[in-house]
Each structure stands twice: as structure tokens, then as C-alpha cells.
Design a protein around this ligand. Structure first.
Ligand SMILES: Nc1nc2c(c(CN[C@H]3C=C[C@H](O)[C@@H]3O)cn2[C@@H]2O[C@H](COP(=O)(O)O)[C@@H](O)[C@H]2O)c(=O)[nH]1
Length: 414
């Protein structure tokens, strides 16, 4: 992905830079988030009925037998490193019947199982990551690196040649593994989990009662500085924008997975106030739910979601819906294709989701709002819970599943 890279934020200001750069980019791009729109969502039936149930759901406990908690931390770290591919969602659905996240999860499972049973060494070790090849990644993902095209001169005959979106994705995944493996080997770490453990320990030293998230800042900085695939930042119209979605997701995953163990096997970061893990789902959903308003946005964004935000649509999306129950493993219908964006447009919308979620939590906590007793819990919503709700509710309701999400190919960040 070719886009300008800004300097790293100053040490100790990584989280602050995410928030501030998102707000600035939103303002500069005329993306609007109003209190009225936020209250409309917060006080809707859709939100009230589903929030507690849906935000509690997480798919991060794996049915695998780990040799140690460090091995599990390593798996969680590699999963987070590869938590992208949303731009290939439609093609993945067509080819495998699963979305981006489920495919990456399957790949990680396969890497783990192949490592523990086969004679191929540990594919989740730094060396295994450094050496893995496209063919192996494609095999484990069960996707084809070839596309078919009609033969130039023999009618009715097709020829297969290497290429197409699955090949592009496999190249991104393999490149990310190779590059990260190389760096870890060079720095003497046996695997990514060991590097993350060290960062967690450094974070622990920085914990402070006066500054919630001081530990997360340290961990985030270490991940981002060392590993290019965590450097989710850019420059749009001369303005730096910092998102760091996968690194924040990883840090929060440590809390989800290990935070309730007693005693916890590693230092557990305090993620209660981290910005959301901004991808394509969060902004797209917030646009459909009327929170992000693109009607005067620059960069051609006002035309990208032409059907979103009308009062008609909102009244049905914000109303109660019965939860979806088709939890069987049958391949799901191919989702509708959303708008394809440029790198800059994607960063603007991802910034908008970060900023909108900060404002949503601010409004929820504001002493000025009056809540009926049964909705008092709204005051306690946190950013990670809001992230989980938005991400999971997009799959929870049949009508939400039909909402278009934007796509950006050729990125390793979301
Ligand atoms: N903001 C945010 N983005 C997330 C996640 C997750 C993983 N969620 C599970 C883990 C813990 C949670 O509780 C969920 O069970 C994936 N993604 C992003 O979505 C993208 C689309 O994927 P799909 O719809 O499959 O095609 C995927 O490329 C990835 O960039 C999240 O949690 N938050």
C-alpha cells in the first residue's frame, strides 16, 4: 500500500495521538457527528435490547491444547497481527463461505495444528514465520492461487494462471509473516508472543493511578515501533492520522483472554479507555445507524453510502429486531458488495469511527443526560465494549447483515 508515513507520535502520547488525529481529520474532512444523532442511537430499542448481550460475546477462547500460556499468548499475537483481509470479504465468502475474521482464525488454527502434528517445525515460531511460503499459506487457508480464464485461441477451453484476489491476499499474509519473523529472529526472540510478553512487562512498570492507560501506551509504542504490520498510520492532506487497530486489538485480547485468570499469567493491561479498533465494519455501521454523517464530507465521501441515514431507514434499523438464530455451519449467503474506497477515504472514515465512539461514550457518561432506571447501565459503557457491540451486532441481525461495508484491498491493517 503506498501512502505517506508520518513520524511516530511522541513517546507517552500514542493513545492521545490516535484520539486527536482522528478528531482533526474528521473536522478537516467535514465529517459530522452530532449529539442528537448519538442520543438517537443510545436511546434506541436496537441499542438498549442488544448491547449487554452482544457486547459480552467474544471469540477468543480457542478449543486448542496449548503447551503453555505463553504458547497461547503467541497464537493470540499472530492472530492479531493477521487480523486484516476485510477488503477481500466478498471474494472470501464466494470461495470459502466465510468472512475475513473466520478465515484468518482458520488459518491460525491450521498453523497451530500443523505445527504440533507435522514434521514441518513450528510455523508459529519466529523462524517458521520467516520461512513460510505462499503455497503453504494458500493450502492452509484452502484457497486457490489460480484464476481461470478462457484460452486465447481454443474456444471452450479455460486455462488456470496464478493471480486474482486470493493470490493478492495470500501474498499480503505471507509477506506479513515473513517480515515479522525476520525482525523477531534478528532481535533474538523465539516468537511474537515472547516479544509481546516483554512489552506487557514494560507496560506494567509504567502503570499509574493518575494516568489510566499509561501501560497501554508503552505496550502500543513497542509493538508499533518494532513491527511494520502494526504501523497503521498515514498522512491525509498533510495531516497525520494514527489508528493502530491491530495493536490495540491485541492488547485488549490479552485482557479478554487472560484477565480473569487468578493469578494472571502475564501483566494485564488496563484497556478500559483505549480507542476503538477501527476497521471497515465500525465506520460503515455508524454511517448506517446515522451517527456518522457524510452529507457534507469532502473527498467524494458524501456519495459513497447513498442510501444510508435516511429517517425511513433509521427508524427500522434503530427499532428492535429478533436476534438471528442460524448459528449452524452452513455457508452464509454472499453479503452485498459495499463501496470500494481509496486509502485516504478509508483513513477518514476509520478516523470518524474512532472519534464518534469517543463522543458516544462521552454522551453516555454525561451527567446532563437523564436515564430511566432500567437504562442506568448506559453510563458504564466503555470503548472496548462499544467496539464489540458494533462489530458483533453487524452480524447479529439479518437486516444489519445486509448493510454495505466499505472495502479497501491491498492493506494489512484492517
Ligand atoms: N473493530 C473490530 N474489528 C474486528 C474485530 C474482529 C474480531 N472480532 C472477534 C474477536 C473478539 C470480538 O469479540 C469478536 O468475536 C475482526 N475485526 C475486523 O473485522 C474485519 C471484517 O471481518 P468479517 O466481518 O469477518 O469479514 C476484519 O478484517 C477485521 O479487521 C473486532 O472485534 N473489532
Amino acid at each position: 500500500m503506498s501512502s505517506a508515513s508520518p513520524p511516530f507520535p511522541p513517546s507517552g502520547s500514542f493513545l492521545k495521538s490516535i484520539r486527536e488525529s482522528s478528531q482533526l481529520l474528521c473536522e478537516k474532512s467535514n465529517v459530522r457527528v452530532t449529539e442528537v444523532a448519538i442520543k438517537r442511537l443510545l436511546f434506541s430499542q436496537a441499542f438498549a435490547i442488544s448491547f449487554k448481550r452482544v457486547s459480552a460475546f467474544h471469540g477468543l477462547a480457542f478449543p486448542l491444547k496449548f503447551a503453555s500460556t505463553l504458547a497461547e499468548l503467541n497464537l493470540l499475537s499472530v492472530l492479531s497481527l493477521l487480523n486484516f483481509a476485510s477488503g477481500y470479504r466478498i471474494q472470501l465468502h464466494t470461495e470459502t463461505g466465510r468472512g475475513a475474521w473466520d478465515n484468518i482464525r482458520l488459518l491460525i488454527f491450521s498453523l497451530f495444528l500443523t505445527s504440533s502434528t507435522g514434521g514441518e517445525g513450528d510455523l508459529l515460531s519466529a523462524r517458521g514465520m520467516q520461512d513460510i511460503q505462499e503455497q503453504k499459506v494458500a493450502e492452509l487457508m484452502r484457497v486457490s492461487l489460480h484464476v481461470e480464464r478462457p484460452h486465447e485461441s481454443i474456444p471452450g477451453v479455460t486455462v488456470g494462471e496464478i493471480g486474482g484476489p486470493m493470490h493478492e491476499l495470500v501474498k499480503l499474509i505471507t509477506g506479513t509473516l515473513n517480515e515479522t519473523g525476520l525482525i523477531l529472529v534478528g532481535a533474538g526472540y523465539p516468537d511474537l508472543g515472547s516479544f509481546v510478553l516483554e512489552a506487557l512487562q514494560e507496560g506494567e512498570k509504567a502503570k499509574s493511578k493518575d494516568k489510566i492507560g499509561a501501560d497501554v501506551d508503552v505496550i502500543l509504542e513497542q509493538l508499533v515501533r518494532a513491527i511494520p504490520a502494526f504501523r497503521d498510520m498515514s498522512v491525509v492532506d498533510g495531516q497525520p492520522i494514527y489508528c493502530f487497530k491491530k495493536a490495540l486489538f491485541l492488547i485488549h485480547a490479552v485482557l479478554i483472554r487472560f484477565g480473569s485468570m487468578s493469578p494472571p499469567p502475564f501483566p494485564i493491561p488496563d484497556t478500559s479507555q483505549v480507542p476503538v479498533f477501527t476497521d471497515n465494519v465500525l465506520p460503515s455501521l455508524l454511517i448506517h445507524l446515522g451517527v456518522i454523517d457524510l452529507s457534507s464530507a469532502s473527498h467524494g465521501l458524501e456519495y459513497k453510502f447513498p442510501d444510508a441515514g435516511s429517517l425511513d431507514k433509521l427508524s427500522s434499523l434503530l427499532a428492535e429486531a429478533s436476534p438471528c438464530t442460524d448459528t449452524d455451519n452452513a455457508p452464509k449467503a454472499i453479503p452485498p458488495e459495499g463501496p470500494t474506497l481509496t486509502v485516504n477515504q478509508s483513513y477518514i472514515l476509520r478516523a470518524a469511527a474512532i472519534h464518534a465512539c469517543e463522543l458516544i461514550v462521552d454522551v453516555a457518561r454525561s451527567p446532563d443526560i437523564e436515564l430511566p432506571e432500567n437504562l442506568e447501565w448506559i453510563r458504564d459503557i466503555t470503548l472496548p465494549l462499544l467496539d464489540m457491540w458494533l462489530w458483533s451486532v453487524a452480524k447479529d441481525r439479518p437486516d444489519y447483515r445486509q448493510l454495505e461495508r466499505f472495502a479497501l484491498k491491498n492493506t494489512v491493517f484492517f
